[in-house]
Ligand binder design. Structure first.
Ligand code: AP5
Length: 210
């Protein structure tokens, strides 16, 4: 099983849902640049203050900020046995920079049609404290509106508003989708069908990592 992994795919395809369970199973860190940036925004750090406007509008945060986060994170001891990047790299410049920092063994790309993506994003609710992800239809919390793990009130992400979603999908098509060719040429890309129940998708991910 590969342990130096990148998950690629449009917003709402289910990368975060699969990444958190797989990283636990493999004992490697789940490195979500989106989660790291959202925590920085919540803590009002200088990084968060700079990232906030870009994120709520659905645009990418400048590469220099993101690459600083990645460099620091890859140096931490828990990333020695492997890593699972979710939401990074996001463009060709980030992919080029990552090649200089670490060897990626496998890139799993999540395919889902736009109607399903929109449905998943509209129904998503997240815990602002522990970042757990729910879905009003497919993965509801045990008590409506409240995180199962810490009892915090769930929120709708600001960038899940329709205008921001439209920008995120456009940014994905223009800046992130070219990575499919980049990693395809390197022979490490494995596309998977991201439709269906989470357990079925998890099985496809596992097969893609063999
Ligand atoms: P980020 O947090 O990375 O967002 P994203 O890539 O747009 O992905 P999402 O979190 O929206 O979706 P997901 O694929 O993880 O789906 P999920 O599992 O939650 O980035 C946010 C922002 O941060 C960016 O726009 C940018 O501004 C900035 N940023 C981050 N990284 C950056 C970088 N490298 N460079 C520059 N800027 C960066 O699932 C979605 C919903 O569907 C949930 O409700 C879930 O419960 C449900 N669901 C999941 N799987 C299934 C299933 N199989 N069946 C039914 N429902 C399902």
């Amino acid at each position: 099983m590969k342990t130096r992994i990148v998950f690629l795919g449009p917003p709402g395809a289910g990368k975060g849902t699969q990444a958190s369970r797989l990283a636990r199973e493999l004992g490697i860190p789940h490195l979500s640049t989106g989660d790291i940036l959202r925590s920085a925004v919540a803590a009002r750090t200088p990084l968060g203050l700079e990232a906030e406007g870009h994120m709520s509008a659905g645009r990418l945060v400048p590469d220099a900020l993101v690459l600083d986060i990645i460099r620091d994170r890859l140096h931490q001891p828990d990333a020695k046995p492997g890593f699972l990047f979710d939401g990074f790299p996001r463009n060709l410049a980030q992919a080029g920079a990552l090649e200089k920092m670490a060897v990626v063994e496998r890139v799993v790309s999540f395919d889902l049609d736009p109607d399903h993506l929109l449905q998943r994003l509209t129904q998503r609710r997240v815990c602002p404290k522990c970042q757990s992800v729910y879905n009003l239809v497919s993965q509801p919390p045990k008590t409506p509106g409240v995180c199962d793990k810490d009892g915090t009130a769930l929120v709708h992400r600001p960038d899940d508003r329709p205008e921001a979603v439209a920008t995120r999908l456009k940014v994905y098509a223009e800046q992130t989708a070219p990575l499919l060719e980049f990693y395809g040429e390197r022979g490490i890309l494995r596309p998977i069908d991201a439709d269906g129940p989470p357990d079925a998708v998890a099985e496809r991910v596992r097969r893609a990592l063999e």
